[in-house]
Design a protein around this ligand. Structure first.
Ligand SMILES: [Zn+2]
Length: 272
């Protein structure tokens, strides 16, 4: 179904050629002609990296109804909250702000994946859930944010690298990913974990999406990630961004999921 909207599944609407990143980012980023850097995994192709001028990158995957409706509202809501983080300004995020940021991260991560021509590996239901909730699904997505300290392009030190995005089907490509037995069973029965990671300016986001409602996930206690990643979804108590450590302390952003600790959902408490 090449003409179906990736999010709502509609086949009777115009699929528009849309910018991945919103125009409002121009207000927060200096000269944005520099190429960004994207990479992703697929089980068949392995690690795939490319550079492109990301602010101008377009994809044809979303219908005009989605684009002009919930997605546009989400961009409006995100701009005043994400914008300051993009330029590295300290902010306080209450539960409402956390939800807005998480919704934006959920959307942008799934759209950015489409910059690659490699076959789309994220299952259809993951897009449908984000559409259904108009953002981050409550039980099948976790979102963390952090701060990128240094904007210098590691490969071209005289220039800044303002964008970066990564995608990985976590358990497919990290055979060493330490999975408890219950999770190994989930995976062997076809369960998936997808991670989308991206950076825009100083803002860094990691979203983990799965099919196991209530799955617990957190950065390993005592690891650098525990001090570099702030949980924002499900939303909780008010937090201060940036966290104490920059995400550079986590090394290769493509391997950031190795810092996550996963555990099956807690058994429901019975009785009154
Ligand atoms: Zn749509």
């Amino acid at each position: 179904m090449p003409n179906a909207c990736r999010f709502c599944g509609a086949t009777n609407r115009q699929i528009t050629n849309e910018h991945i990143w919103p125009d409002w980012l121009r207000d927060y980023l200096p000269a944005v002609r520099q190429p960004g850097h994207s990479e992703r995994w697929s089980s068949a192709a392995g690690r795939d990296r490319w550079r492109q001028p990301i602010l101008t990158a377009k994809v044809r995957v979303v219908c005009d109804g989605c684009n002009n409706g919930w997605m546009s509202q989400l961009e409006e809501a995100a701009k005043p909250i994400v914008g300051p983080m993009v330029v590295g300004q300290a902010v306080e995020l209450d539960a409402t702000a956390q939800q807005i940021v998480a919704n934006w991260v959920a959307l942008k991560g799934l759209v950015a994946v489409h910059t690659s021509n490699v076959e789309q590996p994220i299952p259809e239901p993951h897009y449908r859930r984000v559409h259904a909730f108009e953002g981050a699904p409550p039980n099948t997505m976790r979102v963390w944010i952090g701060r990128r300290w240094n904007l210098t392009d590691p490969n071209r030190p005289s220039r800044a690298q303002l964008f970066e995005s990564h995608f990985m089907p976590v358990t497919n490509v990290f055979p060493g990913f330490p999975l408890p037995p219950d999770l190994e069973r989930y995976r062997s029965e076809g369960g998936v974990f997808n991670a989308t990671v991206f950076r825009v300016g100083h803002f860094f986001a990691l979203a983990l999406q799965h099919d196991w409602p209530g799955l617990r996930a957190r950065p390993k206690l005592g690891s650098a990630a525990a001090d570099a990643l702030l949980p924002i979804w499900p939303a909780g108590r008010t937090i201060q961004w940036p966290p104490p450590r920059p995400v550079e302390d986590l090394g290769d952003p493509h391997k950031v999921t190795r810092f996550l600790q996963l555990a099956p959902p807690l058994a429901p408490v019975s009785g009154p």
